[in-house]
Design a protein around this ligand. Structure first.
Ligand code: MLC
Ligand code: AMP
Length: 514
């Protein structure tokens, strides 16, 4: 058995395991339904799952894909994947069959884990793509994965890994085009977790409310690693529920959310200074936090939200200061570059811009990913000649070092913290009967921050109904990508070069939800 105090390799699991408290019988995760998991439970269950993976005799670094509902057992699968020296590939549960077919075909996972209810269609896709092992895992501790793991021992030596070995592949569309798998290494994840532990002042006795999905960077790495690397207890929500989260605040000290979670909690009368009194730190990210939300939160709870900025390809890049002596938490900004992270702003000609000038944000550091899975050309395109990653975000850095994001050069809509790529949705719309062409634009939305609205031009003589198009799209695409409205028009506005003027469409529909 490994020594908890001394990680033997750069295996990320070993570093997280080394941070488990000495009292392994104490509570590591308490679910909102009242289940308690001790640190020993986490250790043993991940050992059993890792032993199951070992018994499958897979080459080191095999991809273990999971499209499963959020649960503590899903966390155990993630940790077991690391422990067994494999690569975790989480997939949003909202993805439909065409989306899953693409991810599985592209990543060629050795193991796919899906919900019991999805087994028939997911296994068909997986077996067709050559995956030999398909297991199921429900959010109620059911499924073949746990049944099979129950036959394995609860002691397991973590497989040695180098800092440069992969730990996870996170699909994202990057700046353009089809989804690409961002390859994150053991070293990327560990260095970022340690920097955040220090920057956000994690301390003994901290308790995290974990209410985010765990198939993206925010919930899986920033929140989960944050608690684990500090040996901190988590209060665990399989689904975000504003009333329940507020009710649990008196037992917690740290909360992380996308802006929509803050907006929804502000709508609850139970959110008061007293309810939020025990919390040490509220953190927001994944999408712009409106200054109205930032101010309303301060007024209602007395807390100043700390906003930070990151990406799937880079994990966390910048953060507003935690400690007052480092500066104020400035609403509308994403704070300073984190220690060890380089952030610069460049003009169209590739020249460095002075403080206060707006340009493309580029970054470097030990947190920056290794590249896109099996896409060396795409990877090369997204890096500068001197090795900085082009984020596709547009912003500026002021004289004090605060970074402000003012927009994106990538055509991306961020809705409730999820990314929606207009080109992907337009591609599906254009295939529907009677549709000649389409445009998807992001417009402000009080709950999701921004949502997609479609504008569609019918083929000559075709009768097309916007609601019917939405209904069909719902059968094809993840629900958060579905346009909230679909307008049918005769023509799309174009400039003299023939390019669709999305800015005019955005302007036209900007008050749709206000
Ligand atoms: C749900 N719906 C959304 C949506 N989520 N629509 C647009 N955008 C979203 N994000 C729609 C569904 O399609 C459905 O529509 C209806 O809302 C109800 O669905 P639901 O699943 O019941 O929604 P709900 O549980 O309320 O989910 C809302 C949410 C969720 C805000 C809790 O979206 C969420 O957890 N977002 C967090 C995303 C996240 O973790 N991002 C981090 C990415 S990492 P209909 O019409 O079918 O009823 C990253 C890097 C970084 O970006 O910096 O962190
Ligand atoms: P993803 O591909 O899901 O990792 O999304 C990353 C993108 O989310 C970034 O490139 C930014 O555009 C956006 N983002 C993350 N955090 C913030 C933030 N605090 N403010 C504005 N945008 C953000």
């Amino acid at each position: 058995m490994m020594s908890p105090a001394m990680p033997t390799s750069s295996n990320l699991f070993s570093a997280l395991r080394a941070a488990f408290p000495a009292d392994l019988g104490s509570v590591a995760i308490e679910t909102d339904e009242g289940l308690h998991y001790s640190w020993r439970d986490l250790d043993r269950a991940t050992a059993m799952l890792a032993n199951l993976l070992n018994a499958l005799d897979l080459p080191a670094g095999s991809r273990i894909a999971a499209q499963i509902d959020k649960s503590v057992e899903a966390v155990m699968l993630y940790l077991a994947t690391l422990r067994a020296g494999h690569v975790f590939l989480p997939l949003n549960t909202a993805y439909q069959s065409a989306e899953i077919e693409y991810f599985i075909g592209n990543a060629e996972p050795a193991v796919v884990v899906c919900t019991p209810g999805n087994f028939s269609w997911v296994s068909k896709i997986a077996f067709k793509a050559g995956t030999r092992n398909v297991f199921t895992l429900g959010d109620d501790r059911t499924g073949t994965l746990l049944d099979r793991a129950a036959h394995h021992g609860d002691v397991h030596e973590p497989v040695p890994r180098a800092a440069d070995d992969l730990a996870a592949v996170i699909y994202t569309s990057g700046t353009t085009g089809r989804s690409k798998g961002a390859m994150l290494t053991q070293g990327n994840l560990l260095s970022n977790a340690r920097v955040l532990q220090d920057s956000w002042g994690w301390q003994p006795g901290d308790v995290l409310i974990h209410a985010l999905p765990i198939f993206h960077v925010h919930g899986l790495f920033v929140a989960l690693h944050g608690a684990l690397i500090n040996g901190s207890r988590m209060i665990w929500f399989n689904r975000f529920d504003p009333k329940r989260v507020i009710a649990r605040m008196p037992q917690a000290t740290v909360f992380m959310g996308v802006p929509t979670l803050y907006v929804r909690m502000l709508a609850e009368p139970s959110l008061t200074k007293a309810a939020a009194g025990a919390i040490r730190l509220f953190i927001s990210g994944s999408a712009p936090l409106l200054i109205e939300t930032f101010n309303a939160w301060r007024e209602r709870t007395g807390h100043t939200i700390l906003e930070r900025y990151g990406m799937s390809e880079t994990i966390m890049l910048t953060s507003n200061p935690y400690r007052a002596q480092a500066g104020e938490r400035r609403g509308g900004t994403v704070g300073f570059a984190l220690p060890g992270v380089g952030v610069r702003v460049r003009g169209d000609g590739g020249q460095d811009l002075p403080a206060g000038e707006i340009g493309g944000i580029e970054v470097c550091g030990p947190n920056v990913f290794k590249g896109y899975w099996r896409m060396p050309e795409k990877t090369a395109e997204e890096f500068t000649a001197d090795g900085w990653f082009k984020t596709g975000d547009v912003g500026m850095i002021d004289a004090q070092g605060y970074v402000t994001i003012v927009g994106r050069s990538k055509d991306l809509i961020i809705s409730g913290g999820y990314n929606v790529y207009p080109a992907e949705v337009e591609g599906y719309l254009n295939e529907l009967p009677g549709v000649a062409e389409s445009a998807l634009v992001g417009v402000p939305h009080p709950d999701f921050g921004e949502v997609g609205v479609a504008v569609v031009v019918p083929r000559a003589g075709a009768a097309v109904d916007g609601d019917a198009l939405i209904a069909t799209l719902k059968t094809q695409l993840a629900n958060f990508k579905i346009p909230k409205r679909c307008f049918v028009v005769d023509d799309l506005p174009r400039n003299t070069m023939g390019k669709v003027q999305k800015n005019l469409l955005r302007e036209q529909h900007k008050t749709l939800f206000s």
